[in-house]
Design a protein around this ligand. Structure first.
Ligand code: PEP
Length: 252
């Protein structure tokens, strides 16, 4: 089964709505006629509406970087799936290591947010990754095994159709240190095996697993050449239209 490459930017806390529009306007002609892949941008909540309008007809999906699991309620500062979707988001990044590290996101919360995203009809991009200390102490697979079981808890094969995973080793995010393609492939193959155990063969073969961690125009092609790497989640190198476009067009 072929898995359409998914090349996504994670803008973190960068760019206003106007800046998002300027980025998309600049990227649009550079991406014209590009097929066989899905380009996507996870933007700040405040930029979703303008970005989604600017992206119409470009094929670029616009998404959020977090959501709350409830539909509405007394949750000051939070945004529901329905709100993100109404603003123009068609996917959401869940469980990014910065959310886990600074804002208390746990596997249990990620599982609840994942369920809300599936219920609300937006694509969940669930991030997993080990720290440097965990890798150096030989715990990478133990940690990732627990994260995937916890973060996908309660998900059934029928509800996993839109699921995307992102392997983002924490030590490679924003550090300029990329996992080698062999290191990344080893983990992606492991995660695909875990998907098989949790959700069955079909989910294992159809779920796209993105790599994230200092992906750049000059290393994306080699990473994408690995059999179990189906895309990239990109921070710093997705903030400039030309470098984002080069990543989207990794093989062209
Ligand atoms: C990220 O934020 O998901 C990320 C991978 O960042 P960077 O590409 O800057 O390492």
């Amino acid at each position: 089964m072929s898995r359409t490459p998914f090349l996504a930017g994670n803008w973190k806390m960068y760019k206003t709505g106007a800046e998002a529009v300027a980025f998309i306007e600049a990227a649009k002609p550079l991406l014209a006629g590009t097929s066989g892949r899905q380009a996507a941008l996870g933007v700040p909540f405040t930029a979703i509406g303008e970005a989604a309008t600017a992206a119409q007809g470009t094929g670029i999906l616009i998404g959020a970087q977090n959501v709350h699991w409830e539909k509405e309620g007394a949750f000051t500062g939070e945004i529901s799936v329905g709100m993100a979707k109404a603003a123009g988001a068609s996917f959401v990044i869940l469980g990014h290591s910065e959310r886990r590290q600074y804002f208390g996101d746990t596997d249990e919360w990620v599982a609840k947010k994942l369920a809300a995203a599936v219920d609300g009809g937006i694509v969940p991009v669930v991030c997993l990754g080990e720290s440097l200390a965990q890798r150096e102490s030989g715990d990478t697979f133990k940690v990732l095994g627990a994260q995937i079981r916890g973060s996908l808890a309660g998900l059934t094969a029928e509800r996993a159709a839109a699921l995307i995973l992102a392997y983002e080793p924490v030590w490679a995010i924003g550090t300029g240190k990329t996992a080698t393609k062999e290191q990344a492939q080893e983990v992606h193959a492991f995660l695909r095996g875990e998907l098989g155990t949790l959700l069955g063969d079909r989910a294992a073969s159809e779920t796209r697993i993105l790599y994230g961690g200092s992906v750049k125009p000059d290393n994306v092609k080699a990473l994408m050449g690995e059999p179990d790497i189906d895309g990239a989640l990109v921070g710093g190198a997705a903030l400039k239209p030309d470098s984002f476009v080069q990543i989207v067009k990794f093989d062209l």
